[in-house]
Each structure stands twice: as C-alpha cells, then as structure tokens.
Design a protein around this ligand. Sequence first.
Ligand code: ZN
Length: 269
Amino acid sequence: MPEGHTIHRLARDHATWFAGRPVRVESPQGRFLAGASLLNGATLESTDAYGKHLFHRYDGGRTVHVHLGLFGRFFVHGLPAPEPRETVRYRIIGEERATDLVGATACELLDPEEIDAILARLGPDPIRKDADPERAWAALQRRSIPIGRALMDQSVLAGVGNVYRAEVLFVHGIHPETPAKQMTREQWDAIWVTLVSWLRRGVRQRRIITVDPEEAGKPRSRMTRAEATYVYKSDQCPRCGTDIRRWDLAGRWAYACESCQPRPRSNQR
Ligand SMILES: [Zn+2]
C-alpha cells in the first residue's frame, strides 16, 4: 500500500501539471461519471494531501477525495493521451499531460462537511507543517495495543504504512509488540523526528530510504531497494546478523530483529 510520502508526491505533481487551468475530466469506467461530468472543463485550483488521503480542489468549492487503498494507482501520460483502459475511474487531461486513476478504494466528490469528517478521524501527518505530535502522543497513552499496530492506525498517526513502521521501530530499538502506552516520551519524540525526516525525504526522492548512507557505504541514490531498508523484507539484521522475525501484526507483515529490538518484558516467551 502506498505510504504518505507517495500521496504528498502525487498532490505536488498534480498541482504542477494541472492546477490553475481548466482541465478535462472523464470517467471511462463510469463509476465516477456524475462527478466527472460536473467537473469537466472546471479549473483545478489546488491539491492537498493528508496522510493517505488526496484531495483535488476545483473551482466552485468542489473537491474530489481519492484514497488509493491497497491497489490504487495513478498512471501518467503525455498528450495525446492513449485510449483509456476500461478500468480508469478518473482521468484528468491538462495542457501537457494526462493522468489515469485505477483501482482506488475511494474516488468521490465530497462536500466540505464530509471532508471535515474525514480529517477529524485522522491523527497528525508528519509530512504536514501543521502536524501536532502531541495529539499522537496523547492517543498512544490511551492504548494498550502494540506500538506496531498503533503506528499503522491512521487515527493515531496519518500516513505511516508497513515499511516505515518496521524501519522506525528498528532504528529506535523498539519491539513492535511493545504496548503503545509503555512508550516513553523520549522514545515517541525520537520516532516522530525520524518519521518527519524520512517521510519528507520520501516525497522529494519518490522512494523509501531509511538506511544511513554511511552505514551502507554508498549514497542514497545508489542504494538498491533491498539496500534502502534495514529490516523490511530482510532475512538478516544488517547490524548484528540475527535472523529477522516476520509475523502478522494489524493485518500486515511486521519485521523485527529481536536482538536489536528486545521483546517487552511482560511479553517475553
Ligand atoms: Zn540486529
């Protein structure tokens, strides 16, 4: 599933390509036909991202909400755009490019109250300048669920997915099964600072890189996908050689080195 940096990158790219001018809007698949007919010829005024939610704001106060879910994806085309596949739910055609949305969980025209309701359910998004880490800290202290589950809970923190979860807990030596409310303030502050830095870099670099270049012995630009993360999809810990444990946590694979990330005491087997 795309993590927050991907959605923020889309918001920026879509603003660059389409904002400020009238666009053609279509729904070749038909499931967004009513919205597309209303928006066709309108001006895309701005775009925004909050966690994994993408918003396209058109003139007249009309906003499209997109959530990619597990399988959603935007394809980009030069002009003239090719014949759309029949799965394209939302197509935007600008002056130089077109983009096609397929497979998304949500693509809908919402009114301001509905948008407020979505935003009200989300925790702070580390990429956003208006994010307040205190809200996430307060939410963590109320939860006895494992921190590895809490980090994926979008009402605690918006935008973090499976890769960043595994990696941020590894670099701070925290086992994913540690109860959220057992986290210290120092641990949470350290996690937040790391996530802000990684996610914002992810927006710029269009990929997830968590490994320190000095540790890798090469610049980020030359790291392969496997070299760019520590424990995610790894077999062995790059720091101590211990086998990485993988198990299901909150419906997604969790990864940990149980030497670098000791199990919480009450939880030891
Ligand atoms: Zn290790």
